[in-house]
Design a protein around this ligand. Structure first.
Ligand code: UDP
Length: 360
């Protein structure tokens, strides 16, 4: 493929599972418009079930750069990305670095680039849970503070940024790029299977303490009496269950189908067919809202309030009894009807690329 000459490439960054769905539509738009770009994978999620399967399914191919940082503490992953990215950035001198989401790689790459005076664009800017105990919240605030172009998914994100004193000239509302991947995945959707509930849990607030895991186990014992529960289990949740010696009880719950994390197309199909989804994931709130599938969020806050206001999501806090009551009413057919969310239309990547070309 021929690219425009004399333009240094844009550098697209991915690092963890939820990044690949956001990066893929942008890479595709770059290819379509023949704009020079490179892909860097920090390797923050090094597990194949959380990384390479998505590179393959979403057509991203082999990244141009792999930092191979692997898992570790927050300080370790952030520091490794900073250290390993710097020489690449110095050599490549990209036109701009494009980071997505709110993981440690997002912040570390934005910081490494900023220190070298390389412009940074942040996709999914402006989301705030206002819960500083969430490691992602720190990543969101700091990444937005140092990025040159803030590409937001919704009006609430713009308002958050303006409230933090960020000038309007740095903000562009482009919509939700994850929905671009979802719209594409739906074209491959298969036929529904049987009746079931779909659940995912991986946030520290739910799975890091013995008390939290016991509450979750108890909830699953009851929820599986309503319908079979499919649970693609995040590796960190499995590790915590084993560490707290709950694995045997947990894995013996009848009607609980524990599986490895599944690929994106498989997961989209399961979300589409599920009677309801119970989750602490950020992206899944958005996807279920678009799909019109009821979504119970096992968290006290959300950085995506639009999914509650216009979508199908509801915050349950840590109250699993409330979630059980809600599941019963969903199964009786009572749930809110979602309203369309402006700019969540599958055409966000072209708007992102237009903004990038305008700014850099
Ligand atoms: N997902 C997936 N397989 C799974 C679970 C989730 O492909 O087994 C997808 C899901 O559709 C969404 C993304 O992974 O696009 C969400 O990732 P995660 O929940 O890890 O991160 P968060 O959105 O909470 O940051």
């Amino acid at each position: 493929m021929t690219f425009r000459v004399n333009a240094s490439p844009f550098l697209l960054v991915a690092g963890a599972r939820p990044n690949f769905m956001k990066v893929a539509p942008i890479a595709r738009e770059f290819r379509r418009r023949r704009i020079a770009h490179r892909l860097l994978n920090t390797g923050q999620h090094h597990d194949a079930a959380l990384s390479s399967v998505f590179l393959h399914e979403l057509g991203l191919g082999r990244p141009d750069y792999n930092l191979g940082v692997g898992s570790g503490s927050h300080a370790q992953t952030t520091a490794r990305v900073l250290e390993r990215a710097e020489p690449i950035l110095q050599k490549l001198r990209p036109r701009a670095v494009i980071v997505v989401g709110d993981v440690n790689s997002t912040l570390a790459m934005a910081l490494a680039a900023t220190k070298l005076h390389i412009p940074v664009a942040h996709v999914e800017a402006g989301l705030r849970s206002r819960d500083r105990l969430m490691p992602e919240e720190t990543n969101r605030i700091l990444t937005d503070l140092i990025s040159d172009l803030l590409l937001t998914p919704s009006a609430d994100a713009d308002a958050n940024l303006r409230g933090e004193g960020i000038p309007a000239s740095r903000i562009a509302r482009v919509g939700n790029v994850m929905i671009d991947s979802l719209v594409d995945a739906l074209k491959r959707a298969r036929r529904p299977t049987s009746d079931f509930l779909l659940m995912t849990f991986h946030r520290p607030s739910n799975v890091d303490s013995l008390a939290g895991l016991k509450r979750l186990t108890d909830f699953l014992k009851k929820a599986t009496q309503l319908l079979p529960v499919e649970l693609p289990l995040h590796p960190r949740t499995r590790v915590q269950l084993q560490k707290h010696r709950l694995w045997k009880t947990f894995s013996a719950i009848p009607n609980l189908r524990i599986m490895e994390p599944v690929g994106y197309f498989d997961f989209v199909n399961r979300m589409r067919c599920a009677r309801a989804v119970v989750t602490d994931s950020g992206g899944v709130q958005e996807e279920t809202s678009y799909l019109g599938v009821p979504c119970l969020i096992m968290r006290t806050t959300t950085e995506r309030p639009i999914c509650v206001e216009r979508g199908t999501a509801e915050l349950m806090g840590e109250n699993y009894n409330r979630a059980l009551a809600r599941l019963r009413s969903i199964l009786r057919g009572n749930w809110k009807k979602p309203k369309p969310i402006p700019l969540w239309d599958g055409k966000t990547a072209p708007r992102i690329v237009k903004s990038l070309l305008g700014m850099f």
